[in-house]
Design a binder for this molecule. Sequence first.
Ligand SMILES: *[C@@H]1O[C@H](CO)[C@@H](O)[C@H](O)[C@H]1NC(C)=O
Ligand SMILES: *[C@@H]1O[C@H](CO)[C@@H](O)[C@H](O)[C@H]1NC(C)=O
Ligand SMILES: *[C@@H]1O[C@H](CO)[C@@H](O)[C@H](O)[C@H]1NC(C)=O
Ligand SMILES: *[C@@H]1O[C@H](CO)[C@@H](O)[C@H](O)[C@H]1NC(C)=O
Length: 534
Amino acid sequence: MYIYTCVDMSKLILVAAPMYYKGVYHFFYQHNPHAATFGEKMVWAHSVSYDLINWIHLNHAIEPSEPFDLNSCWSGSATIIPGKEQPVILYSGIDDKKHQVQNMAMPKNLSDPFLREWVKHPQNPVMTPPVGVEVDNFRDPSTAWLGKDGKWRVVIGAQNGDEGKVVLYQSEDFANWTVELNPFFASDNTGVCECPDFFPVSINSTNGVDTSVQNQSVKQVLKISYYRRNQDYYILGKYGNSDGNFIPDVKFTGTSLDLRFDYGKFYASKSFFDHAKSRRILWAWVDECDTRDDGIEKGWAGLQCIPRQVWLDESGNRLMQWPIEEVEKLRDKQISIKGEKLVGGSILEVSGITASQADVEVLFELPELENAEFLDESEVDPHLLCSEEYVSRSGIIGPFGLLALASEDQTEHTAIFFRIYKTSNRYICFMCSDQSRSSLRENLDKSSYGTIFDIDPNQKTISLRSLIDRSIIESFGEKGKICITSRVYPSLAIDKDAHLFAFNNGRQSVVISELNAWSMKHAEFDQDESIYQQ
Ligand SMILES: *[C@@H]1O[C@H](CO)[C@@H](O)[C@H](O)[C@H]1NC(C)=O
Ligand SMILES: *[C@@H]1O[C@H](CO)[C@@H](O)[C@H](O)[C@H]1NC(C)=O
Ligand SMILES: *[C@@H]1O[C@H](CO)[C@@H](O)[C@H](O)[C@H]1NC(C)=O
Ligand SMILES: *[C@@H]1O[C@H](CO)[C@@H](O)[C@H](O)[C@H]1NC(C)=O
């Protein structure tokens, strides 16, 4: 296995229930044992790790077997019941009538540190589609949380006609669940809201908090996976008042103004609280950019992003994300560049590392922002511009950034870049990832991704980190404020023929204040668990 981001290269579909339990990280995921494509009879595969980087594959945790999941076992979540310290899984079953129902499973032997075997609950299904929810659009139970009244709550993705929604259930005993009549969230735009996630973030610390915390120290995050767009959106708000409603800070609009975890390929994310390091960790499924047939031929499809720590920005208006610190254990040979000026139209090779598998951190020193070109927001929607912002179009301040997975002559490359504009009342910065030249191969999705954010007129520097791994590039702008994941399949820029460059195509010079890049080692994916026994 060569791709360090990936938990299981074979036929991995999407993350189900990540969890930390008694010293072990558990990763359950949707898996089709029969083909590298989504199919019938999906199972929950199971891998465990001590560091979220090196993984041990175990036998499947849950497979179709009973009337309530005979057709498939779809996504869900894990909850750790406090007191009993017992993990419980809630998952969606496709039953013998092809209805979507929610089921429960518990570990067979709590003394087994890997929790290898899971037993389905005798009361399954514990939830069936309620009134106002389509029987084939009722899925993906979240991790449950305890309300101040001592009752459990869980949210489930649903749809009715044009309305996508998140429905709320409650229970006193975690087995007998009753639906709330009013949906927790509803929108006319989304289609079914898949994989809802609801979790608190601390308002004054980067530390994570457990899912049931509701007090003055936290804000809540509701994440929905927007089925019609294959994109994950989140809403910040308040929760835990006496009426038990979630009150968003800003209304969800179904437009480019809504907040996203990642502006690239990144879907069906899930988070969990890691007690060991008091942090909340987010990860997501990164789909392919090649075709279904390519997947079948390769024998695998889809992978997981590097787990990210997630916390609330100081402004309280958005989340920040950063690769978990453990990924730095894979850093190998390092090179550094300091104080290198990139005049307009210049390109600089970052050589001496394995450019096909690298971690790059760069801090750019900006010119005076008042020289930036003017953008009339009434004429163009800046959010739509990344797809037109091809890197070779020169500007004034930017585009500048990195060309990753580039061929020697740069025929192939993925450009991750910034470009700064002045509008009538503020300065804005684009961060884009342009895949249009990522490969000479055809039939690949080469869309460009990106977004804009406000930039302080006195800001002197801007930072970018990219984790590059052969067919995936995860980029973190402004220390994790903006994240973009790209999926690319170069035909030339492979292994030793992959190169990394820094570039500036703006007329104003920018300076690489500091750049550090590392070759990355391979993670271990060991079938033999004995070497990890503690
Ligand atoms: C439960 O797991 C422990 C630790 O692996 C093992 O020693 C024990 O035999 C298991 N019990 C059963 C009933 O399988
Ligand atoms: C399930 O909970 C509901 C509402 O709390 C209650 O009316 C019902 O009696 C409970 N059923 C069982 C079997 O406990
Ligand atoms: C909120 O809960 C967290 C976790 O239990 C605790 O650390 C924090 O002090 C609480 N804050 C307030 C204001 O009660
Ligand atoms: C965080 O904010 C809460 C509520 O304002 C406060 O009670 C708590 O002491 C603060 N914690 C820290 C570490 O500043």
